[in-house]
Design a protein around this ligand. Structure first.
Ligand code: SF4
Length: 457
């Protein structure tokens, strides 16, 4: 079906954003730029003059999903521009969907915008002042992803991201902090720091200094965490590797400057599997490190992801992983069954694990971890914690604790709490728990929230 004309009004662009939070940040940049030029965002295919599909190319299943999304956009609208990680496989996209208008790769904002201009000419008189200073965000108003770098210097054997996105490229700390400040001024209460390797921040810049608030700061993981921790909002660190220098941010967590939360994609615990995966920091004694972190910050929650059925993984390797989980007592765990990814070195490794064994290990790992999570959450019953409200409907509020990231971790349900507003930070007494979520009631606004309420913010 061809795209309907949108005569007289500002041209409208639809956007389908697939993939990880990093891709979401790319989508936000595209939308911000289009909005600055006077385009409007369309929530439906019918209302759009063209559709941009931001694809994911990480796993083969994600590629299939991206191809299906392109097909749907073509069928529903007809004018489709493809961008994102799958964009590097232009031939594959053209073979499946010869009708796409253009294909660009990851981070090619200028190229995407150029293709939009060709498909739907930009309006004559863009209302530049319609764009809020913090840009347009696709996340709710109270939290935002803060991307600190692109690319990765590692060479994990199952991953093609370095080939897709290139080597590590960090933004100067002054720029990152100014973006963070803009977001906070616009009402953001929680900053989620993302990259491919957050603990490597600044390495490519030689940790070069840049100015923020009249002071020269080094582009280093600790310096960034300190600066973000001074903004008075929740700061959550994602994609951190267990390098020794990560120890330095734990005191900031213990002091409440940065959330006591680390998202560390361990992927496995057996040293032979980690070696075959060519994981960064694979020689670190991670259990010792976790123990030391908890001595500094007992409340630390660690979330992680694991791959089961990696080529060469034996039953002993898998048993070692379960034992490691019992010791590590992680708060949140995601688990993937290994898949070949076109172009990844792991495809050629010997000892590929049969599908049914992967299935079985996946189920065992999830069950094993469920018991640990349930025990940890049960320990919260009777305590008082600070939460942030995400959504409110007629039944109550859905919130999160500092130990839970949006979309990937659990919730705190406040049944009957219909007066709260999204973004409010409140004190809650925990009354009930299961293996993923908590339930509780509001005790009193937190100090930060009380100040905001008193100041009429
Ligand atoms: S750290 Fe490994 S898995 Fe993560 S992006 Fe870099 S190469 Fe890929």
């Amino acid at each position: 079906m061809p795209a309907p004309a949108n005569k007289g009004a500002a041209p409208r662009i639809g956007l389908v954003s697939l993939g990880c939070p990093k891709a979401l940040v790319d989508s936000e940049r595209i939308v911000t730029r289009l909005h600055a030029e006077g385009y409007e965002l369309s929530a439906s295919y019918e209302g759009a003059d063209a559709v941009v599909v931001n694809t994911c190319g990480f796993l083969n299943s994600a590629k299939e999903e991206s191809l299906a999304a392109i097909g749907e956009a073509l069928a529903e609208n007809g004018k489709v521009i493809v961008t994102g990680c799958l964009g590097v496989e232009a031939d594959r996209i053209r073979a499946a969907h010869p009708g796409v208008l253009a294909i660009t790769g990851p981070h090619q904002y200028e190229a995407v915008i150029g293709e939009v201009h060709k498909a739907v000419p930009r309006p004559h008189d863009p209302f530049l002042d319609l764009v809020p200073p913090q840009g347009i965000r696709l996340t709710p108003r109270h939290y935002a992803y803060l991307k600190i770098s692109e690319g990765c210097n590692n060479a994990c054997s199952f991953c093609i991201i370095p080939a897709l996105r290139g080597r590590l490229k960090s933004w100067p700390i002054g720029e990152v902090m100014r973006e963070a400040e803009r977001l906070v001024e616009a009402g953001v209460q929680e900053l989620l720091v993302i990259s491919q390797d957050t603990s490597a921040y600044g390495l490519d810049l030689g940790y070069a200094k840049s100015a923020w608030r009249g002071e020269e700061r080094e582009a280093r993981f600790l310096s960034l965490a300190e600066a973000l921790g001074s903004l008075g909002v929740w700061v959550r660190l994602h994609y951190v590797y267990p390098y020794p220098h990560v120890d330095q941010v734990l005191p900031l967590m213990a002091d409440g400057k940065v959330l006591p939360y680390l998202d560390i994609p361990f992927q496995h615990a057996s040293s032979s599997v980690l070696k075959a995966m060519r994981r960064p920091a694979h020689q670190e004694k991670t259990l010792d490190r976790i123990r030391a972190w908890r001595e500094i910050c007992p409340d630390l929650a660690i979330r992680s992801t694991f791959i089961v059925g990696f080529p060469g993984e034996t039953e002993e390797d898998f048993a070692a992983l379960l034992d490691w989980l019992s010791e590590a007592r992680l708060a949140r765990v995601g688990c993937f069954k290994y898949e070949n990814v076109d172009g990844a070195k792991a495809n050629a490794l010997p000892g590929h694990v049969p599908e049914e064994v992967k299935e079985e290990r996946h189920a065992r790992l999830m069950l094993h971890q469920q018991a640990i999570s349930a025990e940890l959450l049960a320990g919260r019953i009777g305590t008082e914690i600070e939460i942030i409200v995400d959504e409110v409907d007629e039944e109550g509020a859905i919130a999160r604790s500092g130990w839970d990231a949006p979309e990937i971790d659990g919730n705190v349900y406040l049944n009957g709490e219909t007066r709260a507003r999204p973004g409010a930070r409140l004190r809650v007494g925990i009354e009930h728990a299961d293996e993923y979520d908590l339930w509780g009631s509001v005790v009193a606004p937190s100090d930060a929230d009380r100040r905001a309420e008193l100041s009429g913010a």
